[in-house]
Design a protein around this ligand. Structure first.
Ligand code: NDP
Length: 335
């Protein structure tokens, strides 16, 4: 079992030298345990926060242990009555090829059906990022048909699902993404009404001008994944009583400061701004996953993936994700 551990904590920007790779034997199974062979590892922005020792909503990743991470794979050996070899499962197996899981722990493993939804999508559109999109859109923004919803990091795992869910609710959906290829994909393949390339704009007033054209009736709901210039521009275009779901601030994850240009707009436009953490809302997962599986299974939502190959490629792929080098859900294929 080859695996990747957190070796030391980043000072400022994360780098490959923060990780260490090792190969170990998998231990024999105890009663109630299951051995899972991972097919895909999920790489997610939240992992950057876990690499720090700072106080946050989640405990830091301990040094010298396998990096935390979502995985999908196949049961290869089981000493638990509910699991048999061949079962396809989602879990939190971490950055390694195999994991030994205590299958009776609630939520440790979930069997999945790959008849209509490919296995890898259970780490993306029909998994944690999809539910994140669903919670922020449905529970915080709660848009009405005809309203305008914007989302940043629009081509990504979460952003693309926000768009699909908002289109299904009859909204005008405008994305913000980095580069012409991502914007073309967001419009042509994901079916957003428009998408703005923030890299074409040097400052937030210029980006706000582009948003004005794309959102002629203003912005009623915004799903924030980035922070900084993008958020400042969106805030200028919000309508009175607009709602903002604050999901992520990836522009600041390597320690960059993210000042807000015009916080007074929260008052002036009577904005409702709400942050959330998807793992604190387990009650919505079944409903959210059912809708997302239906959208993906029916072909109405075709999520995109960027796949790195082999466990040893995980650190480099993860650093790429933090720099926007991924295009859609970032995965590592292990089998
Ligand atoms: P994505 O697939 O969206 O990948 C990250 C994307 O962020 C990049 O592709 C890039 O897209 C964009 N990005 C990176 N750096 C910057 C930057 N400096 N400025 C602007 N954009 C940048 O990742 P996810 O869909 O997995 O995550 C999206 C967001 O959702 C993250 O902020 C993440 O932390 C958050 N999240 C929050 C959860 C919660 O419970 N609150 C749960 C899951 C995710 P581009 O090239 O278009 O800029």
């Amino acid at each position: 079992n080859t695996r990747i551990l957190l070796d030391n904590r980043p000072r400022g920007e994360a780098s490959v030298s923060n990780f260490r790779i090792e190969t170990v034997e998998t231990p024999p199974l105890a009663e109630g345990q299951v051995l899972v062979r991972h097919h895909y590892l999920s790489l997610d922005p939240y992992m950057r926060g876990r690499m720090n020792d700072a106080k946050s909503y989640a405990e830091p990743q301990p040094l010298g242990e396998v990096m935390i991470g979502g995985t999908v794979g196949e049961v290869v050996e089981s000493r638990h009555p509910r699991y048999a070899p061949g079962d396809q499962v989602v879990g939190m197996g971490g950055w390694q090829q195999y994991s030994v899981v205590d299958a009776s722990q609630p939520g440790a493993l979930r069997k999945v059906d790959t008849t209509h939804v490919p296995l890898s999508h259970y780490l993306g559109a029909v998994g944690m990022p999809g539910v994140t999109a669903w919670y922020g859109l449905v529970k915080i923004i709660d848009p009405k048909p005809g309203q305008t919803v914007t989302v940043s990091a629009a081509s990504g795992a979460v952003g693309s699902a926000v768009g699909a869910l908002a289109k299904a609710r009859g909204c005008r959906v405008v994305g913000i993404a980095g580069g012409p290829d991502k914007c073309a994909y967001v419009k042509d393949e994901l079916g957003f009404d428009d998408c703005i390339d923030y890299r074409q704009h040097r400052d937030y007033p210029s980006l706000a001008k582009a948003l004005k054209q794309a959102c002629p009736h203003g912005i009623d709901g915004h799903f924030e994944n980035v922070g900084g210039m993008v958020l400042d521009a969106v805030m200028l275009r919000t309508n009175p009583f607009a709602r903002m779901a604050v999901c992520g601030m990836i522009a600041g994850y390597d320690g960059q400061p993210l000042p807000m240009a015009n916080p007074a707009l929260i008052l002036i436009n009577r904005l409702r701004v709400e942050g959330f953490i998807v793992s604190e809302h387990m009650e919505v997962w079944p409903e959210a996953l059912a809708e997302l599986a239906e959208l993906v299974g029916s072909g109405r939502f075709r999520p995109r993936e960027t796949v790195a190959h082999g466990i040893e490629s995980a650190p480099e792929a993860f650093l790429g994700l933090l720099k926007g080098r991924n295009f859609g859900k970032q995965l590592v294929k292990l089998v």
